[in-house]
Design a protein around this ligand. Structure first.
Ligand SMILES: Cc1cc2nc3c(=O)[nH]c(=O)nc-3n(C[C@H](O)[C@H](O)[C@H](O)COP(=O)(O)OP(=O)(O)OC[C@H]3O[C@@H](n4cnc5c(N)ncnc54)[C@H](O)[C@@H]3O)c2cc1C
Length: 501
């Protein structure tokens, strides 16, 4: 009788939970290891003053009944999560400091029409740019789910920095900023992200944007339930510290920090790739690969302000996001390591209470403001998250959050009546996301560095997670299918997902 293959998945974020499910659904005996006390720590949000706030999922594209993410989740057995649609015509208000205001749609045709109406002399450029975004998005079979990609994703023109790509079509600085806004959803400056990588994120908004009606918590819970149904052995509150190999180089065990050893023939690693080499035997990876992984740096960090107000939320957050940014500074400044954030950009997103106003579940409106910044001022406090934080950190956090809260209310007077319930700094992100430099989306997808491929030199060891394909729930989920496809067959998985659409 054939023995059942066994796998260890390291990290129970969206990518790790999806990988564990996929392998278990295809006959593997799977152990899923997570250093946090629960799976899905990035997704599940938190309670503060009896209010629920979302943490790592505020909105996602491709969640309509025929959406790409819906198909992936459906294949994984997560099929009935209620969602709420953002305003398709007016998904984002973009307010510049010179009081110019634009609205952006979450729909390809509506966005094209809206931008062309706002910038009539730029119409041709807008049309060409948006058609390119769509073509680049569809060039990945994992995004389009078509058997044959429409265009070759190795096209060198798609690998130049976004800023240069946009400049080919328009010199208008307001329009350039509007086209670069999705940089906030992947955390890399328009100077540094390739057009192709940007398009893979921007293109997810071309068919509406939704979120989970009961927050990211409902997604985390649905994953957890499916893991139990598929008999995945969950090891929480422990870290994988070592991946052991036999003398012939094949995988043997994953060692945990509690001393336990989990035998396996396959490992999917979904943590920050920078920490992978230290878990492997010396020389398991080539020196050049180790160097590349060690040098991977993180994208944008941020402060986050969690706000709550009276029963009536600001109208401009009614199923809409709001971005405030300076008209007299390049948008790319927001991604500089020295950027402190007190002049914006401020990106404000409605929380579940505003999105579900008629549900009767919530008595107070909530929203989250993301304020991009560099993390350098917190460097002295890196890694201090496991015990009580030092007094100097607590003082700095209090002072910075108060100053940013004031700045936010000055820039967006509509938030005036909302109180600051909680806040996060770059080192809060570091603690929960385990990213070495406090990146909101982990390792940056930057034209100057090589993000890891899913396949490694160690047979049976694969890498998944936002560092491989791209951030966001969609990026993380796709990375799981990409990595597990090496064990289960990419075409099999893709056809099965296609059938779920
Ligand atoms: C503030 C914020 C807002 C966001 N908003 C959105 C949004 O609105 N929409 C959207 O789509 N995306 C959003 N994202 C991004 C999205 O949440 C992430 O891209 C996605 O969840 C990443 O999933 P992942 O599995 O790749 O990584 P992670 O969720 O980071 O999972 C990796 C896991 O591995 C664990 N781990 C690491 N090393 C080890 C080890 N050695 N042993 C055991 N466990 C280990 C970590 O603890 C972690 O739980 C947001 C992120 C943040 C931070």
């Amino acid at each position: 009788m054939a023995t059942q293959p066994s796998a260890v998945v390291i990290g129970a974020g969206a990518s790790g939970m999806a990988s564990a499910l996929l392998l278990a659904m295809h006959g593997y005996r799977v152990s899923l290891v997570e250093r946090a006390k629960e799976p899905g720590v990035t997704l599940r949000g938190f309670l503060k003053s009896r209010l629920y706030f979302d943490s790592g999922v505020h909105f996602v594209g491709e969640l309509s009944p025929h959406g790409l993410l819906t198909a992936y989740l459906r294949y994984l057995g997560i099929d009935d999560l209620p969602s709420v649609e953002f305003d398709r015509h007016h998904f984002e208000t973009v307010r510049f400091s010179d009081r110019r205001e634009f609205s952006l749609a979450a729909d390809f045709e509506m966005m094209l029409a809206g931008l062309s109406a706002d910038f009539p002399t730029e119409k041709d450029g807008i049309q060409h740019y948006m058609a390119d975004v769509k073509a680049a998005y569809d060039s990945s079979v994992f995004h389009s789910l078509q058997g044959i990609p429409g265009r070759d994703e190795t096209d060198p023109r798609w690998h130049i920095p976004l800023q240069d790509y946009i400049a080919r079509y328009t010199r208008n600085p307001w329009l350039q900023t509007l086209l670069a806004i999705p940089c906030l959803y992947h955390g890399v400056s328009p100077n540094n992200v390739s057009f192709l990588q940007h398009a893979r994120v921007a293109g997810t908004h071309f068919d509406g944007v939704r979120t989970f009606a009961k927050g990211g918590l409902s997604l985390a819970n649905a994953f957890e339930q499916r893991l139990a149904e598929e008999d995945v052995a969950l090891h929480c509150s422990c870290s994988a510290v070592q991946i052991h190999c036999r003398s012939d180089g094949s995988l043997s065990e994953v060692e945990l920090d509690n001393g336990e050893r989990l035998a396996c023939s396959a490992v999917i690693y979904t943590g920050h790739p920078r920490f992978l080499p230290q878990m492997l035997p010396e020389k398991a990876l080539r020196p050049a690969a180790v160097n590349r992984l060690h040098q991977l740096y993180d994208g944008m960090s941020a402060h986050l302000l969690y706000l709550s107000g009276g029963a009536e939320p600001p109208l401009l957050l009614n199923k809409k996001n709001l971005l405030y940014c300076r008209h007299d500074r390049p948008f790319s400044d927001a991604f500089q390591p020295s950027h402190r954030g007190h002049e914006g950009p401020f990106y404000v997103m409605p929380g579940p209470s505003i999105l579900n106003r008629n549900s009767g579940l919530y008595h107070s409106a909530d929203c989250v403001a993301v304020i991009p910044c560099g993390a350098a001022e917190y460097r002295a406090f890196y890694g201090t998250g496991n015990d009580k934080r030092p007094a100097a950190y607590r003082a700095l956090k209090k002072q910075r959050l108060a100053a940013l809260y004031d700045a936010l209310r000055r820039a967006i007077p509509e938030t005036e009546g909302m109180r600051l319930v909680d806040g996060a700094t770059p080192v809060t992100l570091q603690k929960y996301l385990y990213s070495p430099e406090c990146g909101m989306y982990g390792a940056a997808h930057d034209v100057t560095q090589f993000n890891p491929l899913p396949v490694t030199r160690v047979a049976g060891l694969y890498i998944a997670g936002q560092a491989v394909t791209g951030p966001g729930v969609i990026g993380a989920t796709i990375s799981a299918f990409l990595a597990c496809g090496y064990l289960l067959g990419h075409q099999n998985l893709l056809s099965a997902v296609r059938a779920c659409r």
